[in-house]
Ligand binder design. Sequence first.
Ligand SMILES: Nc1ncnc2c1ncn2[C@@H]1O[C@H](COP(=O)(O)OP(=O)(O)OP(=O)(O)O)[C@@H](O)[C@H]1O
Ligand SMILES: [Mg+2]
Length: 190
Amino acid sequence: MFTILFLNQKGGVGKTTIADELAFALERRGRSVAFVSTDPQGGSVHEVCSEPELAEQCDFQVVDTAGVLKDGIREWCQDADLILIPMLPSTRDMEPTTRTYELARESGTQAGIFVVINNFYAFGILDRELVAYLEGEGIPVLAKIPRAAALSRAAAAGKSVADYNKRCHAIPALEELADKVTTEAEKHHE
Ligand SMILES: Nc1ncnc2c1ncn2[C@@H]1O[C@H](COP(=O)(O)OP(=O)(O)OP(=O)(O)O)[C@@H](O)[C@H]1O
Ligand SMILES: [Mg+2]
């Protein structure tokens, strides 16, 4: 089992949306995924697996967390194989995101820690400045997910975005994220 932990102490950055879509993308590749949540009001499309023994048997465990980091997050960081920190391209997200990144690092985890920029607009000035800022800070970016209304509509319909609208422009970025996660998992198992 390869555990991917979604984390950001800022709420509403897309943790649940991206966790759900990553799980769907891994499932499309024929991999078994246990969706786990530390958030009682998670609101994921995936049914939450509450049996650790069951999760253990899956290829991947995708862990969604609540916006406010609660007790036990340190342990989740230590147990994770990959930590993904979604953030929005907004100056308001910088501080909570860098703080979350530091918190993950201070846990002493062996996991790779990456930011995922959500609602990314490739031609946005702030978006490009953010990428440059994170590079300068030595914080690696694993993926940039564009804003797409179909993502929330798909979730409301209880589906993956690929099932909801296969032409949605966010799908290539989500597939690329799943490719990179798969590569990280292969490196881990070597
Ligand atoms: N790339 C996107 N394009 C369009 N809408 C998005 C995108 N990502 C997330 N959303 C929408 O933004 C809202 C917040 O997303 P989400 O619930 O995934 O964030 P969260 O980090 O899990 O929030 P919380 O901290 O409350 O758990 C939702 O309504 C979701 O549908
Ligand atoms: Mg959430």
